[in-house]
Write a protein that binds this ligand. Structure first.
Ligand SMILES: Nc1ncnc2c1ncn2[C@@H]1O[C@H](COP(=O)(O)OP(=O)(O)OP(=O)(O)O)[C@@H](O)[C@H]1O
Ligand SMILES: [Mg+2]
Length: 280
C-alpha cells in the first residue's frame, strides 16, 4: 500500500531525465528572455538619452532664437517704416524708367522683408510660451484678408468655401491667422508648376468642432518623410527653416485643437485643423 502510494510521487529514471531536460530548456528560455529584455532596456536608455539631448538642444535653440528675434524686430520695423516712406515719396515723382526701376527694387526688398518677417514670427512662436487670447473669430474674414494680403502666384487657383454655420469660432484670431498663413505658404510652395488650392471650413455635426481643411494638388509628401513633418527644423526645401508646421501644431494645441494630414505623392496634400466648440 505504502509502495503504491510512494510510486505516484517518485519518478522513474526516464521520467527524471525528461524532467531535468525540461528544466534546463525552461531555464535557457528564461535566460534568452532575460537577455532580450536587457537588450531592449539598453536600447530604451539609448533612445531616451538621445531624446533628452535633442530636447536640450532644441531648448537652447529656442532660447537663443527668442533673444535674436527680439533684437531683429526693432531694426526690421524701422526698415519697413522707411520702405513705406520711400514708396510714398516715389509716388509723387512723375513716371519714368528710373522710377519704375526703383519701384521694382523696392518691391523686391518688400518681398524679402515679408520673408524675414515670417522667419522671425515662426521662431518667436516656437520659442515663446503661447497664451491664446480667446474671442469670437470670423474664419471667413481671416482667410479673405490673408489671400488679399499675400499675392499668391497666378498659376495657383484658389477657392474658398465656408459653410455658414461654421464661419465663427471662439479662438485667438492671430493664432488662426498664423496657422492658415503657414498652411497656405506650404500649399503654394508644393505647387511650383501651378495647380489648385482649396480651403474648406465646415462643422463636424457630431462633435461640433470647426474643421478647417487646406487641400492642394501639389507634389505630395513621400511616405519616408511623413513621420518627420512636425519635427523642428525638418525641411525638404533649400530655403526652408522647418518651423512652419511646428508652429501650426503648437498653436492648434494651445487652442485645444488637433492637426492631421493626408497626402499622396504627385496627387496632393490635405491638412485638416480641428478646433473645439465653445464651452458654455
Ligand atoms: N502642403 C504640403 N505639400 C507637400 N509637402 C509639405 C506640405 N506642407 C508641408 N510639407 C513638407 O513638410 C516640411 C516641413 O514644413 P514646414 O512648414 O514645417 O517647414 P518648411 O516649409 O520646410 O520651412 P518654413 O519654416 O519656411 O515653413 C516641408 O519642408 C515639406 O517637405
Ligand atoms: Mg512651411
Amino acid at each position: 500500500m505504502l509502495v503504491l502510494f510512494l510510486s505516484q510521487y517518485l519518478l522513474t529514471p526516464i521520467e527524471g531525465i525528461t524532467a531535468l531536460a525540461t528544466d534546463i530548456t525552461e531555464r535557457k528560455q528564461l535566460q534568452n528572455k532575460l537577455e532580450e529584455y536587457n537588450k531592449h532596456l539598453e536600447e530604451l536608455v539609448k533612445e531616451r538619452t538621445k531624446q533628452l539631448k535633442d530636447s536640450e538642444r532644441l531648448a537652447t535653440i529656442g532660447a537663443t532664437a527668442g533673444m535674436v528675434v527680439h533684437d531683429i524686430r526693432n531694426p526690421l520695423q524701422a526698415i519697413t517704416g522707411d520702405l513705406y516712406l520711400a514708396k510714398t515719396e516715389l509716388s509723387s515723382i512723375s513716371e519714368s524708367e528710373e522710377k519704375r526701376n526703383v519701384l521694382e527694387s523696392l518691391e523686391e526688398i518688400e518681398k524679402n522683408i515679408d520673408y524675414i518677417n515670417k522667419i522671425v514670427a515662426d521662431l518667436q512662436d516656437y520659442a515663446r510660451p503661447l497664451k491664446p487670447h480667446v474671442e469670437e473669430a470670423d474664419l471667413k474674414q481671416i482667410i479673405d484678408d490673408l489671400i488679399a494680403k499675400n499675392s499668391l502666384p497666378k498659376n495657383v487657383k484658389v477657392t474658398v468655401k465656408v459653410e455658414p454655420d461654421a464661419r465663427k469660432v471662439v479662438a485667438d484670431s492671430t493664432f488662426i491667422n498664423r496657422i492658415m498663413s503657414n498652411h497656405v505658404n506650404n500649399a503654394v510652395q508644393a505647387i511650383p508648376k501651378g495647380g489648385k488650392l482649396h480651403i474648406h471650413i465646415s462643422k463636424d455635426p457630431e462633435t461640433r468642432e470647426a474643421i478647417i481643411s487646406v487641400k492642394d494638388t501639389g507634389v505630395g509628401i513621400p511616405e519616408n518623410v511623413k513621420d518627420k513633418l512636425f519635427t523642428p527644423m525638418f525641411t525638404t526645401k533649400s530655403k526652408g527653416q522647418g518651423f512652419g508646421l511646428v508652429v501650426i501644431k503648437r498653436m492648434t494645441k494651445a487652442l485645444g485643437g488637433t492637426v492631421a494630414f493626408e497626402s499622396q505623392v504627385d496627387k496632393g496634400t490635405t491638412f485638416t485643423v480641428r478646433l473645439p466648440p465653445p464651452t458654455n
